[in-house]
Design a protein around this ligand. Sequence first.
Ligand SMILES: Nc1ncnc2c1ncn2[C@@H]1O[C@H](COP(=O)(O)OP(=O)(O)OP(=O)(O)O)[C@@H](O)[C@H]1O
Length: 380
Amino acid sequence: MTAAHSGLIARGLAKSFAVGGAAREVLTDIGLDVSPGEVLALTGPSGAGKTTLCRLLAGLERPDAGSVALGGRTLDAFAPGQRRVALMFESYALYPHLTVRGNALSPLQAPGGRLPAAEAEKRVDEVLELLEMAHLAARLPGALSGGQKQRVALARLLVQSPALYLLDEPISHLDAKLRYKLRGEIRRRLAAGTVPTIWSTPDGMEALSVGDRVAVIAEGRIEQVGTPEDIWLRPATTRVAKLIGDPPMNLIEGELLREGGALFFMRRELRVPLAGALAAAAGEATTPAVTLGVRPDAMGFAAPEVPGAVQAEIYSNEPFGKHAIVTADLGGLLAKVKTSMAISQRFGADGGIGRAAGLTLPVGGMVLFDGASGRALPGN
Ligand SMILES: Nc1ncnc2c1ncn2[C@@H]1O[C@H](COP(=O)(O)OP(=O)(O)OP(=O)(O)O)[C@@H](O)[C@H]1O
């Protein structure tokens, strides 16, 4: 394989595992490009194949098909130790007999990564400080919490100067405060360098926040690769739409209806006029069955009698302090609306469960998907 750039290039990777005597393909035709200094966030549900893909790239598993190049050379014949890949294991794999500092220093004392002692110590100090672990430097892993162990594994990764960083769920076990802080700090550090990074996480919002680009994987296939904005505004499939967002996009199955010159999306009493890009997308539909995607923060509430408001009933009302998630029942169809606390409180002290409300739909900010394949219609 000739490399088009000096980052990571993977083409046609496939992997099966034998389960109960039969081969089960867990990765199919995976292609990825990660440029030098780029952070590619890899996100997908549990079991999608994220860890297996990281293991293939690190050389810990052999692919059944496909090829990997890094820094302009093909890695396929290289053993893990020859690949200059820094992999942070989901299971941490710490040395139990070494202190936190000893674990963090270990890659800098190994052949291939060795640094002069003073420089190695300095790098470890700096990374332990960044990860708020300096005060635990003399502890053994056995005396650490799960989140602290995860930070030791992170430290051991960040001290290295590899040709590729692979971070497999690097901050999943940290408390929320540290997770928010470190995802920014680590991203900043990785993005300032020239090493390509893959950051795997099941959390779609974490992926949007850390990735220059995001690759969404489901059932062993890449569903979409794009900038965080692409993935957010133009999910390629309903699967991607279901994985991204807190809460994710509302997906409403319905039908297209042409009346006079106008196009509508219909689902029982819900009737949404389609204009602009949505009308163009609707024009590409091959069957009337479509799915309309609406982000929870794109919808609003109005009094039920306001003309154009969709008649709904409050199903649940969850206050989060800064905003609220109100679930509206549209005649058996539940839609989540992300709204302000002030509006959610207007429904009453009890949350207004069962009260009538009007739901207003956005003019833009919606996506139409083909009802059968779940793929976004061209033109969205
Ligand atoms: N050694 C193995 N033998 C058999 N099946 C395996 C093996 N390793 C992984 N699998 C299967 O491959 C699929 C992908 O697993 P993988 O660990 O790569 O997913 P993941 O996306 O990393 O999930 P998680 O977020 O839960 O870590 C799963 O169905 C898993 O059961």
